[in-house]
Design a protein around this ligand. Structure first.
Ligand SMILES: CC(C)(COP(=O)(O)OP(=O)(O)OC[C@H]1O[C@@H](n2cnc3c(N)ncnc32)[C@H](O)[C@@H]1OP(=O)(O)O)[C@@H](O)C(=O)NCCC(=O)NCCS
Length: 169
């Protein structure tokens, strides 16, 4: 799977594809570089990569892993949950996350979801801008959701088949 708009923006050849167990080392490294607390243990990432109810996508720029996203599905639910997204610090600011969110939306649509939800720290301004650009809006707040007591903001994006691949769809 290629993300044409992101390929044009990023200097390198940006590609997005479904991740598998062979991508564990790369995703674990990106995770460690991206989060201090609230980080996935390696064995949990391994489980995500093997689960049929999770769509894990990996972005590569040239030969280098650049980022990943994990989207969860629940039986009987049309809501997908964007569980995690992270980009290698060296690859940030070039549209990798935008491309991952677009690919996650396409994956959600293929699997029959009609919306994506996520939780986010309101202090994470890069994430907030990313999600707002991609068409997510706030619908709720969970007080004290994170380990350190910070609230979570809950965001949602409705999906439409017409706009599946586009930015802000
Ligand atoms: C949040 C995160 C995923 C964003 O990743 P990213 O790939 O840098 O995001 P994008 O490149 O798509 O967008 C980032 C910025 O680069 C800008 N950008 C995108 N393409 C660009 C280009 N070709 N040239 C210049 N700037 C560009 C975007 O407009 C955006 O600017 P802004 O933040 O000032 O609005 C990343 O910062 C990260 O991994 N953070 C740590 C983990 C994390 O917080 N995850 C989210 C948890 S909810």
């Amino acid at each position: 799977m290629t993300a044409p708009s992101a390929r044009a923006k990023s200097g390198a050849d940006l590609r997005i594809r479904p991740a598998g167990p062979a991508d564990l080392d790369a995703i674990d490294a990106i995770e460690r570089l991206s989060f201090q607390g609230d980080r996935f243990a390696r064995r949990n990432l391994g489980r995500l990569l093997k689960s049929a109810s999770v769509c894990v996508l990996i972005a590569t720029a040239g030969a280098r892993p650049a980022g990943y996203a994990a989207l969860l599905f629940r039986k009987g639910s049309t809501r997908a949950r964007l569980y995690s997204i992270a980009v290698d610090p060296q690859a940030r600011g070039r549209g990798v996350a935008d491309a991952l969110v677009s690919a996650a939306a396409a994956c959600a649509l293929r699997r029959g979801a009609d919306r994506i939800r996520l939780e986010m720290r309101p202090s994470n301004k890069a994430a907030q801008r990313l999600y707002e650009r991609a068409g997510f809006t706030v619908f709720d707040r969970k007080p004290g959701y994170y380990e350190d007591g910070e609230d979570a903001v809950r965001m949602e994006r409705r999906l439409s088949r017409m706009k599946a691949g586009g930015r802000g769809a």
